[in-house]
Design a protein around this ligand. Structure first.
Ligand SMILES: NC(=O)c1ccc[n+]([C@@H]2O[C@H](COP(=O)([O-])OP(=O)(O)OC[C@H]3O[C@@H](n4cnc5c(N)ncnc54)[C@H](OP(=O)(O)O)[C@@H]3O)[C@@H](O)[C@H]2O)c1
Length: 243
């Protein structure tokens, strides 16, 4: 991926941070976004630089479409190009259906679905052949194993249509679009040592959580030369939860 430039949203922690560092290890320069964790985003930039790549952290709320377009434009202005975009920024709204507010619905759809659309649209304006658009979904689009996750599952399901549509819109230009669905993955969103984790682990076929690096490895494959003929696809990395 030498001389390629990647933009990863939600790169300050968890899965997004692992993806950013992995793409850097494979030679890409990487811009990450965050919304609150400035210090941790700076630490991820240090890791990107330690891998020999150029890094930049930009505060950009994925709920703010204008901020996302601005970060794409800044990436192109400062790094000269954009080849890979990964929408990983996410939240985990959870609770009784009757308590979900319209504001939560709008915010979740904005961060998960609208942001992925806006980012893809803005980046595609600058991408050449070999461009890669990758979204981080969830195994909950295939199976919702517990109550309380309707909004989250709905917001991630939109990424299936987005990915397939993008594959058709951008395929003629040699740009691929794909979706990676993590299952239970050990991050602050879903720690492997939480009280609920034992039950989540029990639902897997392999009796284990995924690590952020597991998800990053699949994203790196899709982003690299090995992914050149994969487009419109969804790959589930969930230790067999949906098997
Ligand atoms: N962990 C799991 O079990 C699991 C399973 C399936 C899917 N996923 C998906 O994987 C993705 C990453 O999750 P994770 O587990 O790594 O979560 P995490 O540890 O909570 O990290 C979330 C990341 O997203 C960023 N973020 C949150 N809201 C944002 C916003 N409005 N604008 C920009 N950035 C924002 C955070 O930035 P700050 O640090 O600044 O807050 C942080 O970098 C999410 O899309 C999630 O839905 C996770």
């Amino acid at each position: 991926m030498t001389r390629r430039v990647a933009l990863v949203t939600g790169g300050s922690r968890g899965i997004g941070a692992a993806i950013a560092v992995r793409l850097a290890a494979e030679g890409a320069d990487v811009v990450i976004t965050y919304v609150r964790s400035a210090e941790r985003a700076a630490a991820v930039v240090k890791e990107i630089e330690a891998a020999g790549a150029r890094g930049l952290a930009v505060a950009a709320d994925s709920a703010d479409a204008g901020a996302l377009v601005a970060v794409v434009e800044r990436t192109v202005a400062e790094f000269g190009r954009i080849d890979i975009v990964v929408s990983s920024a996410g939240i985990a709204p959870f609770g009784p259906l009757e308590e979900v507010t319209l504001a939560e619905v709008d915010n979740t759809l904005a961060i998960h679905a609208r942001a992925s659309f806006v980012l893809a649209q803005a980046a595609a304006r600058h991408m050449g052949p070999g461009g890669r658009i990758i979204c981080v979904g969830s195994s909950f689009v295939e199976r919702v194993p517990y109550p309380g996750w309707t909004l989250y599952a709905m917001s991630k399901s939109a990424l299936i249509g987005l990915t397939k549509g993008l594959a058709r819109d951008l395929g003629p230009r040699g740009i691929t679009a794909n979706l990676v669905h993590p299952g239970s993955t050990d991050t602050e969103m879903n720690p492997a040592d939480s009280p609920e984790a034992a039950e989540e682990r029990r639902y897997t076929a392999l009796d284990r959580y995924c690590s952020p690096d597991d998800i990053a490895a699949t994203v790196a494959h899709l982003a690299g030369e090995g992914g050149r003929n994969i487009t419109g696809a969804a790959i589930t990395v969930d230790a067999g939860t949906t098997a």
